[in-house]
Design a binder for this molecule. Structure first.
Ligand code: GPK
Length: 824
């Protein structure tokens, strides 16, 4: 590589910023200030900020290439980034300069921020975690690259019609996407279909049987690069998302036959691969296009890493010294046979040699405990789409099962349980097994989750390879979720302990003494009140929802899933309503509260959508009841996303983390709330366990069955109707729903929800109902004492530094990647 002179950044001043901005407006947007639309202005602003990061980006990329340190490639089908402008301004230390510069031109920075459409390239926790991780890696100067898919349509936009979820396409690219850089010159060809052929290589004693893939069709992957700026550390890493295009040869050939329509159809077919994000969270549908997406992006990414990021002539026997490919759940696991194929078929490695390298290059993170969330691909489908990969998987499995038999003897039941290939109900590839066999490490995402992986979900594997299994508790980036989302709290904390916490979140501990300082607590409450005001304004502006400013803000935001138990929360609301309306509770005795829900349901998840409708219908009745609405309000803003989270979480008093114990792998929303000074009401599940240990029992409202208790009940046979029969409060709440109180008297509307709870209740809502109500009584009592409550809230902030994704990254670096930050 020759020494090219690096560009210099624009001048770090208001004048410099204004100059660059106007240049962008004129030269790139082709307009002038007087005639510019908000979108023109936003785009010019975004590009201006981008220019300040550009030199750092080029320097970082060049340094990685020149120095070839061990790097991390985070392979993830989802990156739920959230808006980019704010984060870029923060990273480049331009917040004040940009605000002043815009003001000097008569523009409002805040208003321009609102013009950004967030890239919703993920479903929920898993995708947002990936975004937090790449932020931390950049901030910690770790050589890392994120690889994923540039979906043309991200997670659907949710609207409500008669309280029911309706999905609309997410046109996030329509107004232009100033944060991406397309590199068509680095396109990669990806093959699919066709068949394999056996052939003999060499002669006589040296002859080896080999297999080669004769693909049936191909598409191109075009990389789009995104900056991943570190927080004021002069580093900018890269996120590379792949977009599918038709191959030139393919359509040319058809064009030559004169079938224009067919050629265009072929193009559409190819481009469909990166068209839309599948909106299922924890419930994969096994669709062919989804497997195409998975193979498409990992094939592009491996090719890219080998061809673009390694020096020419690099000896791939040493690949593991340069890279760890982290598999974010099973979605990218087809990368394992793909690397084997590259090494064996393309590079001529012996099988054993290739396997040795491959198994050292991958590590696997599991994000679930639900059996239905573990991906399997029908052998028929995988063999049709990727015939060579299926052969490779079979061979990996054969050798693996030999090892199992060698270790345990001919225990065929065990062999069948562990096999990468499931036989029933149809022959299918178990991607979690493949990942576990191939990975150097397998990790869960919270202590309890990792324990349950070892003891239950992957117990056979943990017995065979105990050293493979480890835990890395999730984390969240303090830049986005405290510093940006909660400027009031950030300023207060910085005034108290300095600003080191932004990159060293453990330093929040230094706040502990301030919990006993009445003046600090008063200011903390002022911040909370201001954040509530900000939320009130957002909901009014965005949704036309009116909520009071001065009530306890009780928030449950997360994907709608039965195991997360939004039904338990709404039953609590119903019960409160019932007791108020019946006169059992006097409004004067009730702590006024506003319950806010935010949740998208997978479009095909019928029960989840019924629960959304129930929440909305209950909300409508409660909010319009003259007495109940004095102390109880329900708000369910549609289309909960990262942007809403950033205003909602800092305003919350109470964080609802009420999954059935043993079902939520970790949770990350729970961490964001604690860090922003909400108290948690939660079960002994996921990372709640660690949150409670850290913040202390007195500052956390624990309730409900433990995992072993729930497992024991399931074992002996759970009878939800028994709870209904024995508990009059529960009975009244459920009867209200059944009688049509929230459906205009129509008993049929919510009958499926009610009968599911009474008949099956897979996640034991009824078993935990009373414990939850009791815990809510404790919440009320605690909230009545503002001094004690705010003391607890401050302690939650002070003791949650562990949940920084910077700490998660250190754990991955030490336990899994064996890589380190690249010194200047
Ligand atoms: C887990 F299996 C999955 C999935 O498909 N999507 C998803 O967001 C979540 N997750 C877990 O449900 C959370 O408990 C966890 O905090 C998050 O992944 C990140 O690990």
């Amino acid at each position: 590589m020759t020494d090219t002179p690096l560009i210099t950044s624009p001048e770090h001043s208001v004048e410099g910023f204004v100059r660059e901005f106007l240049r962008e407006l004129n030269f790139t947007q082709g307009t002038v200030l007087e005639r510019a639309s908000t979108n023109d202005t936003y785009l010019a602003l975004a590009r201006t900020v981008r220019h300040y990061l550009m030199a750092r980006w080029m320097e970082t990329t060049t340094a990685h290439y020149r120095r070839q340190p061990k790097a991390v490639a985070y392979l993830s089908a989802e990156f739920l980034l959230g808006r980019q402008l704010d984060n870029a301004l923060l990273a480049a230390d331009l917040e004040e300069i940009a605000a002043e510069a815009m003001a000097s031109l008569g523009l409002d920075l805040d208003e321009l921020r609102q013009a950004e459409v967030e890239p919703g390239l993920g479903n929920g926790g898993l995708g947002r975690l990936a975004a937090c991780f790449i932020d931390s890696l950049a901030t910690m100067s770790v050589p890392a690259i994120g690889y994923g898919i540039r979906y043309e349509y991200g997670i659907f936009r949710q609207t409500f019609v008669d309280g029911r979820q309706v999905e609309e396409p997410d046109h996030w690219l329509d107004n232009g996407s100033p944060w991406e850089f397309a590199h068509p010159e680095h396109e990669v060809t990806v093959s699919f279909g066709g068949h394999t052929e056996k052939y003999t290589e060499g002669e006589g004693d040296d002859a080896v049987e080999r297999s080669r893939w004769v693909p049936g069709w191909q598409v191109l992957g075009v990389p789009y690069n995104y900056m991943v700026p570190g927080y004021r550390n002069g580093r900018v890493n890269t996120l590379r998302l792949w977009s599918a295009r038709a191959t030139h040869a393919f359509d040319l050939k058809i064009f030559n036959y004169g079938d224009y329509a067919e050629a265009v159809r072929a193009q559409t077919f190819a481009e469909n691969i990166s068209k839309v994000l599948y909106p299922e969270d924890s419930t994969p549908q096994g669709k062919e296009l989804r497997l195409q997406q998975q193979y498409f992006f990992v094939a592009c990414s491996l090719r890219d890493f080998i061809d673009q990021l390694l020096p020419e002539g690099f000896d791939l026997h040493r690949l593991h010294e340069r890279i760890c490919f982290q598999l974010n759940d099973t979605h990218p696991v087809i990368a394992v046979p793909e690397l084997m194929r590259i090494l064996v078929d393309e590079q001529g490695f012996a099988w054993e040699e290739a396997w040795e390298v491959t198994r050292r290059c991958f590590a696997y993170t599991c994000h679930t405990l639900l059996p239905e969330a573990l991906e399997v691909w029908p052998v028929e489908l995988l063999g049709r789409l990727l015939p060579r990969h299926l052969e490779i998987i079979y061979r990996i499995n054969d050798e693996f099962l030999d090892e199992v038999r060698a270790t345990y003897g001919d225990d065929e039941l065990l062999v069948r349980r562990m096999s990468i290939i499931a036989e029933h109900p149809f022959r299918a590839v178990r991607m979690a097994h493949l990942a576990t066999v191939a990975g150097t490490r397998v990790n869960g995402v919270a202590e309890l989750h990792s324990q349950l992986l070892r003891d239950k979900v992957l117990a056979d594997f943990a017995r065979l390879w105990p050293e493979k299994f480890t835990n890395v508790t999730n984390g969240v980036t303090p830049r986005r979720f405290v510093r940006l989302a909660n400027p009031g709290l950030s300023a207060l904390v910085t005034e108290a302990i300095g600003d080191g916490w932004v990159t060293d979140l453990d330093r929040l501990r230094e706040l502990e003494p301030f919990a006993d300082d009445p003046e600090f607590r008063r200011r903390f409450r002022d911040v909370k009140a201001a954040n509530k005001q900000r939320l009130v304004e957002l909901l009014e502006r965005r949704d036309g929802i009116e909520i009071p400013t001065d009530t306890m803000l009780d928030v449950m935001v997360k994907r709608l899933h039965e195991y997360k138990r939004q039904t338990l929360k709404i039953l609590h609301v119903i019960s409160l309503y019932d007791r108020i309306v019946s006169g059992e509770l006097d409004v004067a005795e009730v702590v006024p509260r506003t319950v806010v829900f935010g949740a998208k349901a997978a479009p095909g998840y019928v029960m989840a959508k019924e629960i959304i409708a129930l929440i909305n219908h209950v909300g409508a009745v409660v909010n319009s009841h003259p007495v109940a609405s004095q102390v109880l309000r329900v708000a369910f803003p549609a289309n909960y996303d990262v942007t809403v989270a950033e205003t909602l979480i800092p305003a919350a008093d109470l964080s609802e983390q009420i999954s059935l114990a043993g079902k939520e792998a970790s949770g990350t929303g729970n961490m964001k709330f604690a860090l922003n000074g909400a108290l948690t009401i939660g079960t002994d599940d996921g990372a709640n366990v660690e949150i409670r240990q850290l913040v202390g029992d007195d500052n956390f409202f624990l309730f409900g069955l433990t995992e072993p208790e729930a497992a024991a009940i399931a074992e002996t046979g759970y009878r939800p109707s028994a709870y209904y029969e024995e508990n009059p409060v529960l009975r009244r709440a459920l009867d209200l729903v059944a009688r049509g109180e929230f459906s205009g008297g129509d008993r049929s509307v919510f009958e499926p929800v009610v009968s599911n709870l009474l008949g099956e209740d897979r996640f034991m809502v009824l078993a935990d109902f009373q414990a939850y109500l009791d815990a809510q009584d404790r919440v009320e009592a605690a909230y009545r004492d503002p001094e004690a409550w705010s003391r607890s809230a401050v302690l939650n902030v002070a003791r949650s530094g562990f949940f920084s994704s910077d700490r998660s990254m250190r754990d991955y670096l030490d336990r899994i990647w064996h890589a380190e930050p690249l010194a200047d």
